[in-house]
Design a protein around this ligand. Sequence first.
Ligand code: NAP
Length: 240
Amino acid sequence: MFEDKVAVITGASRGIGRALALALAERGADLVLAARDRERLEAVAEEVKARGRKALPVPGDLRREEAVERLRQEALGAFGTVDIVVNNAGVGKYGPLLDFTPSDYDWIMDTNMRASFLVTRAFLPTLLAKGSGDLVFVASVAGLKGLPHEAVYCASKFAQVGFAQALDHELRERGIRVSVVAPGGVRTEFAFGTGRTPDDPRLEGFLHPEEVAEAVVFALSQPPHARVFLVGMRPMSEPL
Ligand code: NAP
């Protein structure tokens, strides 16, 4: 389905990003894998290669402009082009607002929004030159709805959804499709140590990262004349 397409996935070292890398590799895509943890990225690259596809791990902190520029150069140097860009890297912290420091704010906003801006900006000229391509944002239900103890995370995810919605209007006529996937709780290492723990009983009922990856695949699999702007996905265990 994605034979010879090149996909860049941020936050590909684990969780949803890893699951999506494997799902796209199984369908014929080559992968550029970005996150900070070199060892884990290399392990995911091996899993992609075991599925018969190419994988380029590019370690770096995507809050930083130089790291994103290196990602762009290495991706285009290795593959010559990019077809799909998935802004998935993200962090969160849960708790009452007064427990948040300005550096918590910067960490969350910069990872969830600034990195989305930098990565999109880095690859957009390539997509525009081709007149086609997909930009995907793995946002959250917290980007559609304000939730208690999630004010800063919600702000970052609302920002990401607004950014995506504006780009949908700006880029649709130039052949670029923008999709947002907004899951509820997903069983990953997300926010471990900042509001969730591995033995949190809620994890049991959460979505699996592979299920969220399939929602991204659904958006990416539409025929060229169709676009899925928003996939909202929640576990049965969560109320609306
Ligand atoms: P996860 O397992 O914690 O994965 C997060 C990924 O982001 C990791 O690969 C991490 O890699 C990467 N990352 C974090 N900071 C980074 C930085 N500064 N630069 C580059 N990469 C960075 O969490 P997940 O559940 O898969 O989360 C993926 C996305 O889904 C996030 O945007 C999250 O907000 C969203 N989401 C998650 C849930 C949930 O309940 N899990 C629900 C809704 C939405 P390194 O640490 O190696 O850098």
